[in-house]
Design a protein around this ligand. Structure first.
Ligand code: PAF
Length: 285
């Protein structure tokens, strides 16, 4: 695996590969890799000739400075895992390399409604930061395909919109969420939970399975409220737990009853004893 820390070196390497006709698959990450990330690498390997992964803990997408400070960093293990998964190139830039002009936004992305609901409403500025860094990374890597995880439901919609806004020639491939055997969605933030907190975190996926099992024609709000109360009673601050579908224009709809469109239960909640905020989602119909 080649490891590049400088944009120029990465661009030179990829331009040669492109001239050789290689199709590039790209997996952007913030490191602290788990099997969920590795499944993205494997999907990228299956659909491309050359797989690029980036590890960059992007400061501009953390609306909470404490979350940024505590973001887990496991770079040596990440490199070992990426090598054994057969990654061709790792891009590991510094903050200065990615933001030579400083962290102030260079442009504003018009994500419309997508930025005003769910994560957008609870993490002001988060999606602008994600847009900023993914835009920079896509310009550098110029992949044919971009691989992202369904676990970040709204982020996938945002990136889809970014690609359309900027008329980028890249296909977004969304890969399924990977879960631990007990149902916990794999997440780098799980590393911040001790054994008791991790056990408690299971209430999040349980809430989603509960909704899936109890989906009836009853107003969705009734089922969601039960799941919210269950989480609140088990040591969580719930930012949101909603039932949503994806509108034809890529916005997020909040239907009152199940229809024929795929319906997703989406949740963000803070496990109070650890103060770790976790997100998850599940198609429930
Ligand atoms: O999902 C993530 O890990 C990050 O939001 C991403 C897409 C790598 C941008 O920093």
């Amino acid at each position: 695996m080649y490891l590049f820390k400088q944009k120029d070196d990465l661009e030179r390497h990829l331009s040669t590969a492109r001239k050789e006709g290689k199709r590039i698959g790209f997996v952007p990450t913030m490191g602290a890799l788990h099997r969920g990330h590795l499944s993205l690498i494997l999907a990228a390997k299956e659909h491309s000739d050359l797989v690029v992964c980036s590890i960059f803990v992007n400061p501009t997408q953390f609306n909470d400075p404490a979350d940024f400070e505590k973001y887990p960093i496991t770079i040596d293990q990440d490199i070992l895992q990426l090598t054994s998964a057969g990654t061709d190139v790792l891009f590991l830039p510094s903050v200065q390399e990615m933001y030579p002009k400083g962290l102030a936004p260079e442009m504003h992305y018009d994500f419309g409604q997508l930025e005003t609901v769910l994560e957008g409403a609870h993490r002001p500025g988060h999606f602008q930061g994600v847009g900023q860094v993914v835009h920079k990374l896509l310009n550098l890597v110029q992949p044919d395909k971009l691989f992202m995880g369904q676990k970040d439901f709204q982020q996938c919609l945002i990136i889809n919109r970014l690609i359309k806004l900027l008329h980028l020639n890249v296909e977004l491939v969304i890969c399924p969420t990977l879960r631990e055997q007990d149902g916990l969605a794999m997440s780098s933030r799980n590393l911040r939970l001790n054994a008791t907190e991790r056990q408690n975190a299971l209430h999040i996926s349980r809430a989603l399975y509960y909704i899936k099992d109890h989906l009836t024609q009853a107003p969705l709000k009734t089922i969601a409220d039960k799941a919210i109360n269950e989480l609140k009673g088990n040591g969580f601050d719930v930012d949101y737990l909603d039932m949503v579908s994806i509108a034809p224009d890529g916005n997020i709809d909040f239907p009152n009853t199940p229809g024929k469109d795929p319906l997703y239960a989406v949740v963000a909640a803070r496990e109070i004893s650890s103060n770790v905020r976790l997100i998850d989602n599940m198609q429930v119909n």
